[in-house]
Write a protein of this length. Structure first.
Length: 256
């Protein structure tokens, strides 16, 4: 387990509540390195649906200075109530995975993939195809985006496993009430690529939060030692050998 220093030292994972009214649970982010093929579920962060709605419907000053601040305050302790973990769904049912898997199966003829065809439709209608910070306004730029980024990511995953790119954020996850590791935001396409390409090796997941019931069920009131032991058990469980798709050799000669 990486970043053990992320666990709050000296006082377990709880802080004294104001006024001496007991403790409030606290979880600091920690990085687990796991077999990507063992991560089977995805859910939205607890507050993400209303944050997205706010971004689309409220004035930008209200969103930037009110909604985002409230999201930070609600999530800064890293311990969540609610049913967000029960709403988790199979990762491979997500559209991101289906697009990536279809692209992988189409290689080296990436232009036959459904994702590329979607890009052509957007450009043909006068729009701009975007992925992350990459954009394409014409076919030449679309080819460059696929060849230089999306196809390259899949080829690298198949050949070398996961490699953290300089400056990139870490993929994120949360732990549900029963100790299930659930993928959330950031790195969804990277996990999809690792799964589709049958990537070997380990995949980092930055655990940004846990369910309150998981923390409450740990020994010693969720002490630092108890949390560290539970995280080590989860990491070991998710490192176990899964049944990944056997990587196939990719013809790196991109057709013209």
């Amino acid at each position: 387990m990486s970043d053990r220093s992320a666990l709050k030292s000296g006082s377990g994972l709880s802080d004294p509540a104001p006024g001496g009214r007991g403790t409030r649970p606290l979880f600091r982010p920690v990085v687990l390195e796991v077999n990507p093929h063992r991560v089977e579920l995805h859910t939205l962060e607890p507050h993400l649906p209303w944050v997205v709605w706010s971004a689309q419907n409220l004035p930008q000053p209200v969103y930037r200075h009110g909604v985002l601040r409230l999201k930070y305050l609600l999530g800064r302790r890293g311990v969540y109530r609610g049913t967000w973990d029960l709403r988790a769904r199979p990762f491979e049912q997500r559209e991101e995975y289906r697009l990536v898997e279809d692209l992988y199966q189409s290689l080296p003829e990436y232009r036959r993939s459904r994702w590329y065809q979607q890009g052509l439709e957007v450009i043909g209608a006068g729009g701009v195809f975007t992925h992350k910070t990459e954009t394409a306004r014409d076919v030449a730029e679309l080819d460059a985006l696929f060849e230089g980024y999306l196809v390259d990511l899949l080829e690298t995953m198949a050949r070398e496993g996961y490699r953290q790119r300089p400056g990139a954020d870490l993929p994120e996850a949360m732990i549900g009430r029963d100790g299930t590791l659930i993928k959330t935001a950031h790195g969804t396409h990277r996990l999809a690529s690792a799964k589709a390409a049958g990537a070997a090796g380990l995949f980092p997941l930055r655990v940004i939060g846990v369910h309150r019931r998981w923390l409450a069920a740990l020994p010693d009131g969720g002490s630092e030692a108890a949390v560290a032991a539970a995280l080590s058990e989860i990491e070991a469980r998710y490192r176990e050998e899964a049944q990944p798709v056997a990587p196939r050799r990719i013809n790196s000669a991109i057709p013209s």
